[in-house]
Design a protein around this ligand. Structure first.
Ligand code: NDP
Length: 302
């Protein structure tokens, strides 16, 4: 199997370099690759890369993910998240390749307090969500072999993330105010990458016998159980304290999103139902606490 991975240096892309490496011949193409074109501002360059590599599977981990900046930088956001994805969808179709793509809980408006499954109609409330909704639509329209994974609240051990930021603040401040009215599931890039590798194996093997139709589609792929940013932070503080590490923070106050106005509106309810993914791929997704606890222990254990 020949796999072409775009967006190699992001949270998910980095983990995919590991998890896809044993599936076949993996070509990792970042934005500044010396040989192949990987800049999502240039869809034609991406197509030339597909033509040159002739992959069986294209995995797109590149995206414009600056949610607030997208409100005023719409052209760039649509170019990277929609127009280039359209070019990839058409190129994948010409080569009868699989296209694996990531989308987001931000395709939903976040109303209500129940978990959404994949049949729920999308209605984004910010520009980033619109660009991702359109990426789903162009893939569905122009590509016959695709898997789209809608995920949420992604974090990775590498680089910055919410838990690390909160820990830094908790070591220097006595009081913290943290948003408590957005509910979702923190999901590790590691989990996404491992699940993607498993899903690709299944999808590719089905397509070898022409029976892939049953698996093509959109899937919600997040860790199980839900939390708010406030409870997520407290969970992190508890783990660290149990390890005997002192924190300066004394008061952690739950506040509404309106306490921290942002350019882009965020959905309040990001609960995603993962039953379809679990049943289709025969996996049991762990709770969000498993991944976060592991990350914090790796960070703090000596
Ligand atoms: P990151 O922001 O960590 O990574 C995105 C990657 O895209 C970076 O490597 C970035 O490169 C690259 N990129 C940006 N612009 C371009 C460009 N013009 N050409 C080539 N590459 C470019 O995102 P994640 O790994 O967290 O996200 C992976 C997927 O998951 C995305 O589709 C995202 O929409 C989706 N998702 C993410 C969530 C999250 O909380 N992060 C939540 C829900 C869905 P560079 O570093 O050079 O800018």
């Amino acid at each position: 199997m020949r796999i072409l991975l775009f967006g190699t240096d992001g949270q998910v892309g980095w983990e995919l370099q590991r998890s896809l490496s044993y599936l076949g011949d993996l070509f990792c193409v970042g934005r500044d690759h010396p040989e192949y074109e990987g800049d999502f501002l240039d869809p034609n360059g991406l197509v030339r890369t597909v033509e040159a590599i002739k992959p069986d599977v294209i995995v797109n981990a590149a995206a414009y993910t600056a949610v607030d900046k997208a409100e005023t930088d719409q052209e760039t956001a649509f170019q990277i998240n929609t127009h280039s994805v359209l070019a990839l969808a058409k190129a994948a179709e010409r080569h009868q390749a699989w296209l694996i793509h990531y989308s987001t809980d931000y395709v939903y408006d976040g109303a209500g307090d129940t978990a959404r499954d994949e049949t729920t109609p999308t209605s984004p409330i910010n520009v980033y969500g619109e660009t991702k909704q359109m990426s789903e639509q162009v893939i569905q329209r122009y590509c016959s072999r695709y898997l789209i994974f809608r995920t949420s609240w992604v974090y990775a051990n590498r680089g910055n993330n919410f838990a690390k930021t909160m820990l830094t603040l908790a070591k220097s401040r006595r009081e913290l105010s943290i948003v408590d009215d957005q509910i979702g599931a923190p999901t590790s890039a590691e989990l996404l990458a491992d699940c993607t590798a498993h899903a690709i194996r299944k999808a590719y093997s089905l397509s070898q016998t022409g029976s892939e139709e049953s698996i093509v589609g959109i899937y919600h792929l997040v860790a199980k159980a839900y939390t708010s940013w406030y409870h997520y932070a407290n969970f992190v503080f508890d783990i660290v304290r149990k390890q005997g590490i002192d924190l300066t923070v004394e008061t952690v106050e739950p506040v509404p999103s309106s306490h921290y106005p942002t350019a882009a509106a965020r959905p309040h309810n990001s609960r995603l139902d993962v039953s379809k993914f679990e049943q289709s791929f025969g996996l049991t997704l762990p709770t969000w606490q498993c991944g976060v606890e592991r990350m914090i222990k790796e960070l703090t254990e000596v």
